[in-house]
Design a protein around this ligand. Structure first.
Ligand SMILES: [Zn+2]
Length: 245
């Protein structure tokens, strides 16, 4: 999320933070790519970055897009087709504040402006907790949606809550996915293409920590912080499961 509204969660940045970070990276001559371009680009440039957003919140369209558009920077967004235009009722927020996902027309606009769109499953369910049949439906329906409706889609999946395993990866492969991105790093022993690491940006980040992340410095510390934050987001899944029972 790129949102300035008060919330207890830290998995967002404010529009002001985001603008400073982008301008900082531009000043340091970073080049920006969509995820597919980033992975396929053989013209290796020293300073490269691919910005990705999970969940497709409306705040990304409202607050991040205008900043990126100004500098002609593309990004990649991973969406849950069943939540387009709806509130994030899949998440449990301590403060009870709900956030809206972007509408289909906003997603179309981003795609037509050069953004890449990938799958985050249909309903933001933890794939490692679903039956094979249910996981297959989440994965194939979301990819079908992108193929039918989005001009500039990719064959990558962002695992909801960053959770995956061997079974999920084999299923992704059999359905035509090319790879999967994590929250943070980890999952040793699983195929590299399906455990692509990402470093998260949070409300707590300063320009100093942003610079370190950009230059891949002190990564052990940042990945460990991210691990703790991921555990917190997994706890919200448990709360949600309990609230169903
Ligand atoms: Zn998500």
């Amino acid at each position: 999320m790129v949102d300035s509204r008060f919330d207890w969660g830290v998995t967002r940045v404010t529009p002001g933070q985001f603008r400073s970070q982008i301008e900082f990276a531009l000043k340091d001559n970073f080049r920006f790519y969509t995820l597919t371009e980033y992975l396929d680009n053989s013209d290796f440039h020293q300073n490269r970055v691919a910005i990705t957003f999970d969940d497709g919140y409306e705040s990304v369209y409202q607050n991040a897009y205008p900043i990126l558009k100004k500098y002609n920077i593309p990004a990649t967004v991973f969406v849950n087709p069943n939540y387009l235009g709806r509130l994030n009722t899949w998440d449990v927020n301590i403060g009870g504040l709900k956030f809206r996902h972007m509408e289909r027309r906003q997603l179309t606009e981003l795609s037509e402006a050069g953004w890449e769109v990938g799958s985050h499953t249909m309903n933001h369910c933890d794939l490692t907790c679903l039956s094979r049949q249910a996981a297959e439906k989440e994965l194939s329906d979301s990819l079908d949606f992108l193929k039918k409706n989005i001009k500039n889609f990719n064959y990558f999946l962002a695992y909801p809550f960053g959770n995956t395993n061997k079974k999920v990866i084999n299923l992704c492969k059999s359905l035509g996915y090319r790879g999967g991105v994590l929250m943070g790093n980890g999952y040793k022993g699983l195929p590299e293409a399906f455990t692509i690491p990402r470093i998260g940006m949070y409300l707590l980040d300063t320009l100093y920590s942003f610079r370190q992340k950009l230059y891949v410095q002190n990564m052990r510390l940042y990945y460990n912080i991210q691990k703790i934050l991921n555990i917190c987001s997994n706890c919200t899944v448990l709360v949600k499961k309990n609230s169903w029972s």
